[in-house]
Design a protein around this ligand. Structure first.
Ligand SMILES: Nc1ncnc2c1ncn2[C@@H]1O[C@H](COP(=O)(O)OP(=O)(O)O)[C@@H](O)[C@H]1O
Ligand code: SF4
Ligand SMILES: [Mg+2]
Length: 337
């Protein structure tokens, strides 16, 4: 597979106003999406995943939000400099997005056919007849049986999984180069979840659309992604090849996430979850943002903030001091008791 980036995010910082201050919800994030790949972004709720994807779509609500710093390069063009008019040429056309809850993104008052044709009409100049044919073709593409009948139905007449398929069809209406899927399977049960993931993989292979798949579940990433970005409290804490990271996670947060992936072979009453919660933007003033929850925390984690360090594997980066230690005894530096 080619390793040519279609999207490059450089030092992206997005803040939200709170009183007089702007607090960063996404703080100096840099990653690339390569052509034709499926990239996962994983992290607990409040990590900054949705804010990152909204920034890529030019949809940060301003105020209270603003893109404070950084670049979003799409085919060499910096999207952060785009006007709303420029955006309309890109959004839904070259870069599309699907959201977690398809019911809130579909209009309950219009038929599936109306909404699908509207999505096509906005971005093409097809005739009515051609739009109908394209609608049927899209429904087929996303694996919806008896497409003719579905066109006349309303969103509430469909199951959750079918609605999500319709949303994907709408997002694919203009053959986007990039599809961002923000927790597309979170509201669905496990069987349907697997079907939607398989569908996204199939679309990726058939149409070569590059996909960013956002999820809080590393298990989902393991299913279909080639690379993964792990986010915590607005920053990237680890990124690299999915295989490398699943086999040998370096960051204590990634290790915790991996422990909380449901293992279908082992029945457990309660799934492991990392104790504590993600700190709100701006609340950790000193030290590592994960320190309060980290099982491996040591002296300087409380006073200094770790950078992203390269691991021994190419393309694998980790934001943790443990990877700067040459000897175990260095952990004790700064501890006075
Ligand atoms: N519209 C908003 N107004 C103010 N703060 C926001 C808004 N959206 C997001 N945030 C802040 O950004 C943080 C990260 O949010 P989000 O990207 O939605 O997290 P995730 O998708 O990883 O669950 C939130 O915890 C919140 O503090
Ligand atoms: S820098 Fe320290 S607190 Fe942060 S993840 Fe590494 S060991 Fe844990
Ligand atoms: Mg989110």
């Amino acid at each position: 597979m080619s390793q040519k980036p279609i999207l490059q995010i450089n030092d992206l910082t997005v803040s939200f106003q709170s009183g007089k201050d702007f607090l960063p919800a996404v703080d100096g994030v840099s990653f690339e999406l390569n052509e034709g790949e499926i990239l996962g972004i994983v992290g607990e709720s409040g990590s900054g995943k949705s804010v990152t994807s909204l920034a890529i779509m030019g949809l940060i609500p301003a105020p209270p939000g603003k893109v404070e710093k950084g670049e979003i390069l799409f085919e060499g063009k910096n999207l952060t400099k785009f006007t709303e008019r420029d955006w309309r040429k890109i959004r839904g056309n070259q870069i599309s997005m699907i959201f977690q809850e398809p019911m809130t993104s579909l209009n309950p008052l219009f038929t599936i056919g109306n909404q699908l044709m509207e999505a096509i009409r906005l971005h093409t100049d097809l005739s009515k007849e051609e739009m109908k044919l394209r609608s049927l073709e899209l429904l087929k593409l996303v694996g919806i049986p008896r497409a003719e009948g579905i066109l006349k139905e309303y969103p509430h007449q469909l199951s959750g999984g079918m609605r999500q398929r319709v949303m994907i069809a709408m997002a694919m209406a203009c053959n986007p180069r990039v599809l961002i899927a923000d927790e597309p399977t979170t509201a669905l049960d496990v069987t349907i979840q697997a079907q939607i993931l398989a569908l996204m993989q199939e679309l990726n292979q058939k149409t070569n659309t590059s996909i960013i798949l956002i999820t809080h579940d590393l298990g989902v990433v393991a299913e279909i992604c080639q690379r993964v970005v792990v986010m915590y409290a607005g920053q990237i804490v680890e990124q690299g090849d999915v295989r490398t990271i699943l086999k040998d996670p370096h960051h204590p947060y990634t290790k915790g996430l991996l422990k909380s992936v449901p293992d279908l072979r082992v029945k457990k009453d309660r799934l492991y979850s990392i104790p504590g919660t993600v700190p709100a933007p701006g609340t950790v003033k000193n030290g590592c943002r994960f320190a309060a929850r980290c099982q491996e925390v040591f002296g300087k984690c409380h006073t200094e903030a770790p950078e992203l360090y390269n691991s021994e594997k190419a393309g694998h980066e980790v934001r943790c001091f443990l990877h700067t230690l040459k000897e175990e005894s260095e952990r004790n530096v700064g501890i006075t008791s």
